[in-house]
Design a protein around this ligand. Structure first.
Ligand SMILES: NC(=O)c1ccc[n+]([C@@H]2O[C@H](COP(=O)([O-])OP(=O)(O)OC[C@H]3O[C@@H](n4cnc5c(N)ncnc54)[C@H](OP(=O)(O)O)[C@@H]3O)[C@@H](O)[C@H]2O)c1
Length: 212
């Protein structure tokens, strides 16, 4: 596939670029600077673009089969910029006539019990709340865009660089945790989950949890 990867210079983005290229996809990697370190492949081109600008997204997305977002707010930005990005990406894809979108979301909105989201649990770190709430708001915008074949794929509660095991589990709208209650995934395995979803489309119109 010819894939537009928004946020390619980020921690999850670089690993997602590598996973896509390993599987033979052709990748255009977007960041504001246009520089993506650590990815060097004849099927990869790094370009500059602003994911908060629907015109920019439309121009970038034109001619691609699908878009993956690994976008995140930088440390100087308000987390609410995630909603701005989501709206601009949705509008940009519509203008470009591209319907497939796989979005890296947040774990905070995943259910840990019949009526409890992870963000509502007593142990949820206070410092993560603003970005977790912003990610839920962005999901709510995406969930109204049924004209797009979107998938909102969330990492486990904890995601770190870690090793690429090739193993992971998914759950529809639920936090994935192991037998000890730990919810974790490495960035490399999460990148596999994103690309598997891109290729298989098993979770279209779904908020998917991932983990071990
Ligand atoms: N457990 C969880 O739920 C969990 C944990 C970690 C991360 N996440 C989510 O996963 C996503 C990615 O995380 P990460 O750690 O990989 O983020 P990151 O390293 O900060 O990368 C963010 C990427 O977005 C790009 N970006 C930011 N603003 C942009 C804009 N206006 N236009 C174009 N590109 C822009 C950055 O590039 P430039 O700055 O060069 O533009 C960078 O490539 C985030 O949405 C984060 O909330 C969830």
């Amino acid at each position: 596939m010819n894939v537009l990867l928004l946020g390619a210079s980020g921690r999850i983005g670089q690993r997602t670029a590598a996973e896509l290229l390993d599987r033979g996809h052709v990748v255009t990697g977007v960041s504001r600077s246009g520089a993506v370190e650590g990815v060097d492949d004849e099927d990869f081109v790094a370009v500059a673009g602003d994911a908060t600008d629907a015109d920019d997204v439309a121009k970038l997305a034109a001619g691609h089969d699908a878009v993956i977002s690994t976008l995140g707010p930088d440390e100087d930005a308000s987390p609410e910029i995630l909603t701005t990005m989501m709206s601009a990406v949705i509008e940009g894809l519509r203008r470009a006539g591209v319907s497939r979108l796989v979005w890296t979301g947040g774990a905070g909105g995943l259910m840990v019990g019949p009526e409890t989201m992870l963000i509502e649990t007593a142990d949820f770190p206070e410092e993560w709340e603003p970005v977790a709430r912003a990610a839920i708001d962005a999901y709510n915008v995406l969930s109204d865009a049924d004209d797009l074949a979107w998938s909102y794929v969330a990492p486990a509660a904890l995601i770190e660089p870690g090793e690429r095991t090739g193993e992971y589990r998914t759950a529809d709208r639920e936090l994935v945790a192991d037998d000890d209650g730990e919810s974790y995934i490495s960035m490399a395995d999460f990148a596999i989950a994103l690309v598997d979803e891109l290729e298989d489309g098993d979770a279209v119109h779904t908020y998917l949890g991932t983990g071990y």
